[in-house]
Design a protein around this ligand. Sequence first.
Ligand SMILES: Nc1ncnc2c1ncn2[C@@H]1O[C@H](COP(=O)(O)OP(=O)(O)OP(=O)(O)O)[C@@H](O)[C@H]1O
Ligand SMILES: [Mg+2]
Length: 414
Amino acid sequence: MRLDRLTALGWRNLHGPDPSRTADSPSPAVAETPEPSRQGPLQPLEWAPHPRFNLVVGDNGQGKTNLLEAIAVLAGLRSFRTARLQDGISFGQTTAVLTAKVFSRGLPSHLGLELTQRGRRTLVDGKTTTSAAQFLGRLTAVVFTPADLALPHAEPEARRRWLDRVVFNHQPAHLDELRRYEQALTARNAVLRAHAAGKISADAALLDVYDQLIARHGAEVIRRRQHVLDQFVPVVQQVFGQIAAPGLTCDIRYLPKVASQTEVELLHILQERRPRDLGAGHTTRGPHRDDVALLIADRPAAGHASQGQSRALVLAGKIAEIASLEKTLGEAPLLLLDDVSSELDARRNAALMAHLDELGGQVVLTTTAAEHIRVAAPRQIFHVRSGQLTDGSVLGDSGAHARGSQSSMDLSLR
Ligand SMILES: Nc1ncnc2c1ncn2[C@@H]1O[C@H](COP(=O)(O)OP(=O)(O)OP(=O)(O)O)[C@@H](O)[C@H]1O
Ligand SMILES: [Mg+2]
């Protein structure tokens, strides 16, 4: 999987070169003064990334995360920052358009996403797609941000989202299943809420319909989560063994809120709990309440493990996600790393970089300081400033990239 070209128009602060600048005027990468406020139509950002390793360097607030987010949104139709994709529309604009040329198994395709405040349109090779499943899977990306390192301490919802992402990466159809589940759940909850507030007397036949939909899609969501986790955990354990202290063990367990998980059993639970749910005004059991236990030495990482140990577990999870995805997809996924090196200690960083070198796929990594990043893979530096990208040097492409034989140009990165 490879991103060959990206364009972004009206996405957060990203933009192309200002046409009012002449070739002689200083480029934004070296300008000392802040960007003047732009007048007239926005220019799209156009980016041709390196096929292997992209090091996006810039100070705080310049647009590094915005760039990664744009790529992630095109890949997965979800942002790792906000629930609403529309939040990415640039201030003062009414639409955002993201497009990409990508390669999957050597075959090119063109992805397009148009966002307005009213909705979105997705396109593949110029044709509007009618379901997320038609669009997804052409660019599979694994995202790693500093927020991920807090996963063991986060709310169950964050771990559920993490698990669903792992599942979705293995089985893109999971997203549609999850959507259908959530739609039925939202509809059921609306009835329950209105009933609890005394506004209506709930229609039992209508609730029966929702219960059946929730049970059908919910059982499928649970089955997929469990199935993918069974394959996934041994890989995490193997990687954890390489980066954590010798003898330390880890485990990841799915914790469904309901003991029984088939469609029939789920339906039974929904009906049994209906009186209680009518009182509560929402659905109290189901896969929307499930959690994932992250364990180190058989104890929950949050509250028992050291910070370094639980970070090692999250990092092992990411590396495992990439490895098992590569197996399922038959090629390496695109890896998007947002400034994580500054959050990891030297040993964990070295383990991450060693894995990135071995991975062989395309990586886009942001950092405020290039000296944090020590990889030997062929790579290009890009500078981001005020939402604009400029090309920097290409390193390690001339066959001199075997470890230990860097040219003197590389010294700043070693
Ligand atoms: N919808 C939007 N429209 C226009 N600009 C936006 C929008 N959302 C965020 N920004 C701007 O983008 C900038 C932040 O960019 P970004 O988060 O990518 O920075 P960064 O380079 O990742 O910084 P850091 O190193 O601090 O993480 C801020 O100046 C913010 O005001
Ligand atoms: Mg950032």
